[in-house]
Design a protein around this ligand. Structure first.
Ligand code: KG4
Ligand code: ZN
Length: 346
């Protein structure tokens, strides 16, 4: 490891254009995220073609801003690595990041490394914490993923279980949509749930009785839909806060009970949480209570590092580069890249 090593991180896998400059494993010199939320809100979700165009507009100005904020005057001398998300994600969005990174790597003569977005989410914890070492269990809960991964060592990952249908964040977004709360739904459902009671309406906890590490949120979403329908068909206004509180209770319990199972099956007592849904207030609270009850060590990034950012990509890239990983100019985006696949060149 080299404490003075400077990594430029670039993240464009979905609808956030993010750039960061990192020194060593966890000193953030600068960090910018340009969110497209308002551009996509009118459509109720991310429009891929639009997202790519927005990345095109935002990315190079953000690189310039990140370099200037870090005091970097000559990137060809001062930057040691360009780490860019190469998958999974939206093809067009990933292409903007990867092609920009390749161009900068060529013009500055700086090494390039493609980073798996999910490995990035795991490293959101490393960019904060110097005492986190494998083996540990990592739960990634985002708009596109709900996974429990066994991190044997950095770079050696096994998928213990994933969702069979909707991702947790996707379920939050869909429930928000059917309650007319807006987009993205996660933070809005979170806020609404805090004002409601989970006692009045009870939704079943998905997969609770199955002795298997797997998730399923589409049934829960349908249960919410039927509940809302019942009110609307009787010309009644659905109790949005109570519905959000009950949905959130079932969703969070489902996530925690599978972490419990993974802990029981592997006997690993160290757990990290990451991804956009890790920003959820009840999930953070419940995980802390669960950890206390089982005497587990847990790591949760600050809210701003749960959602997509480039610090996590730079942190994962730095660590991979130090382990000997390299990419070359054939690096290309891989929309369905698995965390267990070879990182180099997508
Ligand atoms: O990790 P992320 O920024 O992008 C993906 O890689 O998907 O996660 C975005 C997801 C969205 O579905 C959003 O609704 C959800 O994370 N999210 C939340 C909260 N904040 C963001 N879900 C529940 N509670 C929150 N506070
Ligand atoms: Zn993400």
């Amino acid at each position: 490891m080299n404490k003075d090593f400077i990594t430029l991180g670039i993240e464009t896998s979905c609808d956030d254009t993010a750039v960061a400059v990192l020194k060593g494993q966890n000193i953030v010199l600068s960090e910018f995220v340009s969110s497209q939320i308002e551009d996509h809100a009118a459509f109720g979700g991310v429009v891929p073609e639009f997202a790519s165009r927005k990345h095109m507009e935002a990315l190079l100005p953000l690189v310039q801003a990140a370099l200037s904020r870090s005091g970097i005057k000559d990137p060809s001398r001062e930057i040691d690595l360009i780490a860019v998300t190469c998958g999974p994600g939206l093809m067009g969005s990933l292409m903007v990041g990867v092609m920009t990174a390749k161009g900068l790597s060529q013009s500055w003569g700086v090494p390039l490394l493609g980073v798996n977005h999910l490995e990035g989410h795991i490293f959101a914890n490393l960019a904060e914490e110097t005492s986190l070492f494998p083996p540990f269990l990592s739960m990634i809960v985002s708009g596109g993923h709900t996974e429990i991964i066994l991190v044997r060592s950095f770079g050696d990952y096994s998928l213990l279980g994933a969702t069979r249908d909707d991702a947790a964040g996707e379920a939050y977004d869909k429930v928000a949509k059917l309650l007319d709360l807006g987009y993205p739904g996660g933070p809005l459902v979170d806020k609404s749930a805090a004002l409601g009671s989970s006692e009045k309406i009870v939704f079943p906890v998905p997969m609770k009785t199955k002795k298997e590490i797997a998730f399923s949120f589409s049934g829960l979403k349908t249960a919410v839909l039927w509940e809302v329908k019942k009110f609307r068909e009787n010309d009644l206004v659905p109790p949005v806060n109570d519905i959000c509180a009950s949905f959130q209770k079932a969703a969070v319990e489902s996530l925690i009970c599978k972490l419990d199972l993974a802990h029981e099956m592997t006997d690993i007592a160290k757990i990290t949480l990451s991804g956009g849904v890790a920003a959820n207030s009840q999930l953070r609270r419940s995980l802390e209570e669960f950890a206390l009850s089982r005497d587990l060590e847990i790591f949760i990034p600050p809210v701003a590092r749960c959602t997509d950012n480039a610090v996590m990509i730079a942190a994962a890239g730095y660590n991979s580069y130090m382990r000997g990983e390299r990419s070359d100019l054939t690096l290309s985006p891989s929309p369905s890249l698995l965390i267990t696949s070879q990182r180099n060149n997508g």
